[in-house]
Design a protein around this ligand. Structure first.
Ligand code: B12
Length: 208
């Protein structure tokens, strides 16, 4: 019998092999793919919470995300065949002039783990590129990362451009030098201090 509790535990522990095998077993048994995905999302929620609480760190979060990727690789064609697509799409990128991407990648992974479709534009992304991607993918939320005090000022341009071109699309920001005060100052829709909190932030804004 499919063991979804074991699948949740495998993803949380970052065990790729078990996550893939348990996903395959659940698929073979004909379980609803949304239920299988839910078992993995639960694990990523726990990982995000523990990361926020300082109980685990970047490497553990990365290996959990990789285990989830192993499971979702098997699940994706099944979800597609069943006509299940993520309800919300997110565009993420590191702001123009900035090449740091570790934090941005983590946010993207955790958003995927939280059930969003994520379009990752990489690093050194101009405001125009953010706007073009939002339009192309009909995105609901944009996540902008900056690690340098010299590049965080470029976030204002992204917030303004996205809001002007695509009203209603939420723009949230983060990165080591970014503060909630700065986010409010530039008109961003939100700020999160880490990738776990970024999931709660996106959920709160998208389901408001
Ligand atoms: C690794 C690193 C690099 C690597 C980047 C590799 C890569 N692929 O990312 C390399 C070597 C390339 C690099 C280059 C430079 N770096 Co550097 N780098 C770092 C370092 C050591 C770690 C950053 C990191 O990855 N942290 C780990 C991640 C997980 O944390 P994070 O990014 O903060 O992300 C978390 C949160 O902030 C949040 N978050 C992040 N993004 C987002 C987005 C959203 C939407 C949300 C909601 C949340 C969110 O969630 C994340 C996960 O929890 C920091 C020092 C430090 N301790 O921060 C310096 C640091 C950021 N670098 C610095 C500098 C100066 C540079 C250089 C200018 C150095 C130089 N003279 O060439 C260049 C800049 C190049 C450029 N144009 O970008 C300074 C910045 C100083 C400042 N305040 O401006 C720092 C602080 C080092 C220092 N103490 O001086 N760097």
């Amino acid at each position: 019998m499919a063991d979804l509790a074991a699948l949740t535990a495998a993803v949380e522990a970052g065990n790729r092999t078990d996550a893939a095998q348990l996903t395959q077993a659940a698929v073979d048994e004909g379980l609803d793919p949304r239920t299988i995905l839910g078992a993995m999302t639960t694990a990523m929620d726990t990982v995000g919470r523990k990361f926020q609480d300082g109980e685990l760190f970047v490497p553990e979060m990365l290996i959990a995300a990789r285990a989830m990727k192993a499971g979702t690789a098997i699940l994706e064609p099944v979800l597609l065949a069943a006509g299940v697509t993520p309800e919300f799409r997110a565009v993420v990128g590191t702001v123009e002039g900035d090449l740091h991407d570790i934090g941005k990648n983590l946010v993207g992974m955790m958003w995927k783990g939280g059930g969003l479709e994520v379009i990752d534009l990489g690093v050194n992304v101009s405001a125009d590129k953010f706007v073009a991607a939002v339009r192309e993918h009909d995105a609901h939320i944009v996540g902008v990362s900056a690690l340098l005090t010299t590049t965080m000022s470029n976030m204002r341009g992204v917030v303004e451009a996205v809001h002007a071109a695509t009203p209603g699309v939420r723009v949230v920001i983060g990165g080591a030098p970014v503060t909630p005060e700065f986010a409010a100052q530039i008109g961003a829709d939100g700020y999160a201090p880490d990738a776990g909190a970024a999931v709660d932030l996106a959920r709160g804004l998208l389901h408001a």
